[in-house]
Design a protein around this ligand. Structure first.
Ligand SMILES: C[S@@+](CC[C@H](N)C(=O)[O-])C[C@H]1O[C@@H](n2cnc3c(N)ncnc32)[C@H](O)[C@@H]1O
Length: 193
């Protein structure tokens, strides 16, 4: 599988990619996680979706493409430059709420309804506040994380963080888990109780 095999890129994806290159954004989500998110989200009509780590909006473009017109998505990032760019691309879409705030603060103060799918692509929601984040998932809901496959540029202690997170998820009795050698290494967990 290579990038050429991903045929259904969102129309807006090329423009976001160009912006990413222009500002030198170093953490873009790839096409493979995007395609998977779109596919998963399209199984959830009238969905409530959460993204932690808006970034430049590449994964967001895929998620929005998978949503039906009654679905809603909240995306959170603590970098105002990035959330402003995301607003330029998605601010016209009433289904999408872009919030510039520290993820930890947002997770711990959120009081709304639970989510059908959470894509946790920032430290909070993945390496911190994991319990609270998973409590925001509906039964039957899907929790998705990437960047699980070891990278040469990881700081030395990061690998242990990844192992600890995987062990934590595996030890939870309320989740079904699949670890995928796809994209940067993905884990999909579904909430069963
Ligand atoms: C891997 S990038 C997300 C990439 C994004 N999914 C995309 O496709 O462009 C991680 C993002 O998390 C954000 N981030 C880092 N620490 C955060 C925090 N404490 N709270 C909220 N966002 C944070 C960064 O600003 C960065 O945009």
């Amino acid at each position: 599988m290579n990038d050429q095999n991903i045929l259904d890129k969102p129309k807006i994806h090329g423009a976001i990619q160009a912006k990413s290159t222009e500002i030198g954004f170093t953490m873009p989500s790839d096409l493979y996680i995007g395609s998977l998110l779109k596919t998963l989200i399209s199984t959830k009509p009238n969905a409530r979706i959460l993204e932690l780590g808006t970034g430049i909006g590449l994964s967001l473009s895929w998620m929005v493409d998978g949503m039906d017109r009654n679905s809603k998505l909240i995306t959170v990032d603590n970098d105002p430059e990035l959330t402003n760019i995301a607003r330029d691309f998605f601010g016209h879409d009433p289904r999408v709420e872009i919030i510039c705030i520290d993820g930890t603060e947002w997770i711990n103060s959120y009081q709304g309804d639970n989510f059908d799918l959470i894509f946790a692509d920032a430290w909070p929601g993945k390496y911190s506040e994991i319990e609270k984040t998973l409590s925001l998932l509906k039964i039957g809901g899907i929790y998705v994380i990437d960047d699980m496959l070891s990278q040469p540029n990881w700081p030395t202690r990061h690998q242990q963080k990844v192992y600890d997170l995987i062990e934590y998820l595996e030890n939870r009795t309320d989740l079904n888990l699949t670890k995928m050698n796809w994209s940067t290494g993905i884990i999909i967990a579904t909430k069963k109780s």
